[in-house]
Design a protein around this ligand. Sequence first.
Ligand SMILES: NC(=O)c1ccc[n+]([C@@H]2O[C@H](COP(=O)([O-])OP(=O)(O)OC[C@H]3O[C@@H](n4cnc5c(N)ncnc54)[C@H](O)[C@@H]3O)[C@@H](O)[C@H]2O)c1
Length: 248
Amino acid sequence: MRGSLREGVPAIVTGGARGIGAAVARRLAAEGAAVTVADIDGDAAARMASTIAGARALQLDVTDAAAVDRAFDEAPQPYEIVVANAGVGTAGAPVVATSDEEWHRVLGVNLHGVFYTLRAAGRRLLGAGLPGRIIVTASIAGLAPEADAAPYCASKFAVIGLLRSMAVELAPHGILVNGVCPGDVRTELHAEFGVRERAAQSSIPIGRLAEPEDVAGVYAMLAGPDGAYITGETVVIDGGILANALGA
Ligand SMILES: NC(=O)c1ccc[n+]([C@@H]2O[C@H](COP(=O)([O-])OP(=O)(O)OC[C@H]3O[C@@H](n4cnc5c(N)ncnc54)[C@H](O)[C@@H]3O)[C@@H](O)[C@H]2O)c1
């Protein structure tokens, strides 16, 4: 059966070796894309890519701006689907106990890494005169504040501003830029949040954590024909967490 994407359309997923990125890479490939699984953990990226027909792996640290530029400039064909998904969690401390190192570590990957990825993706697509779809994995932590996670929340609020600005700039060129805001998804990153994980189970109206596959379909929609008129949007997939803001 044919998928929803043009057969062989070049796609890249950063942080694609595990968790949400891996599920998105699998789903985009199933829809017809030729997927590059990019991750700082090159071995894990290679293992993941080997399970997806036609996929290739790339060792890439998104905090290295020059490496990100090379990854896009040297790709045989421009990536027409770009998923800026690589991210890290935070240890769970209040602002007054947050070290400089923790602040810069989290912002370095979750904000600066996304900026480098979006900038390189946009330049290559504009240079080639191609349309494209750029999708950022933000978070509901970028829409609602959360205690003891300030570097993470700040990074996610910031990438939503970044993607919306870029969406306005690139819409006339046919390059659409959107965000996905998952709630609590069962991944290694989610486990880093510790206490929050235990609290999450009871505060999700749907009554369970999401699995990575629960969120992957929205990326495919935003990358495909049904996303053709959507830009500057953030799609929340949280099992009702934000709808339940007053804790009914
Ligand atoms: N899991 C959740 O509940 C949840 C909720 C909302 C948003 N998110 C976001 O989803 C994205 C993916 O998270 P996940 O939960 O799948 O985590 P994960 O830890 O399972 O996967 C993250 C991947 O990113 C890679 N990575 C980390 N730093 C990198 C870097 N500098 N360069 C390239 N790759 C790097 C890791 O090696 C890993 O493979 C993140 O942006 C995260 O903030 C997760």
